[in-house]
Design a protein around this ligand. Sequence first.
Ligand code: BEZ
Ligand code: FE2
Length: 410
Amino acid sequence: MQLIGADFLLICDEKFEILKNAGILFDKEQILEIGEYNELVKKSPQNTQYYKQSVITPALCNLHLHLEFAQNKGILNFGNFGRWLDSIIVNRDLLMSGNLEKEMQKDIKHLLQSGIGFVGAISSYGYDLEILAHSPLRVLYFNEVIGSKAEMVEALYQNTLMRLNASREFASERFFPALAIHSPYSVHPMLFSEILTLTKQENLPLSIHFLESYEEREWLEHKRGYFRDFFKKFFHTTMQPFYSIEAFLDSFKELQPYFVHCLQANKDELQKIKNLGGRLISCPKSNRLLNNTLLDLSLCQEVGISPIFATDGKSSNDTLSLLDELRVALYAYKGYDLEELAKILLLGVTYYAGKSCNIKIGSLQAGYKPDFAVFKVEAREQIALSLLLQAKTAEALYIAGEEINLRGDM
Ligand code: BEZ
Ligand code: FE2
């Protein structure tokens, strides 16, 4: 049994409750009790640590990133979705070669240093499998499926099964195998249907990039624009979209997937996602860099969706730090009350991220996982805002009740 305390505990529940001079009593399995530090000290006089001028939050959850794109720095084109996707196709092999492992290792260290304890990693190739499985992070490991050519469907399905089985070898309390469907424009209907069946059979979490760009919507809705030329240029065929937006969404009944981005989704489509029990993940910096757009938070509020926030990969971001991500969002969503916005953003990387999966995580309550981040913050009021403005790295991080070494070699 162990006790940690700080000037402020952000419980991260729906009401955004904050406790002052409070502590967390925990073991390796779970949080045992939350309360006044001075009271809890009586129950656990040994093994205690009080962090002064600090805030404790649940360890942050970054549920959408692509670790395999760790090497992108100045290689991919930003500022226009089509130019970016072209540059991905052209530079894919380059980005996967060289010293990828070293860069992924650096990114994992940086994730931990920025207070992240739980990631949703979209894996295109499986190069990130062992490195993530052997890291201290908790991981939702999404084996991603992509492929628009009919003649490749069977080979791609077999490849997916192989990667899924390889990831299952590491399944544990910390590591959860899952599936991802790249997007409606890139996955052939036969492959799509096989993956949906597999997801249902195995009861796996599922993630999908959805309506990220104007170009995607124009293609699905009007069968024209960037994607018509894209398939001609890179696949030498004249293609038709595989799905209407409505039919694509209707395929996910009973699956409650993560829909990532949804920048171009209208109110009816967001309502449909809500009715499906789907979750919405938003990556503001990536959305600015590729599409010059932000998710409409007021539309989400209208349909009752509480977004989860994540960074996406280095393919469309300069860091995987949620502190950076939320700080940028704080400045970008002008018109919102600052403290209220800071709370919405923080709950999107704690409570609502945790609520989306079958793990009791993302909130400081008895029975939840003992995963915490400690940040040095000087504040009397406006604690959420002060945290986002001041914290660049974590002071300490605990995952499964163990303090993670954030300095030296990990
Ligand atoms: C494919 O691999 O078939 C694909 C990749 C990106 C966009 C569309 C299709
Ligand atoms: Fe992504």
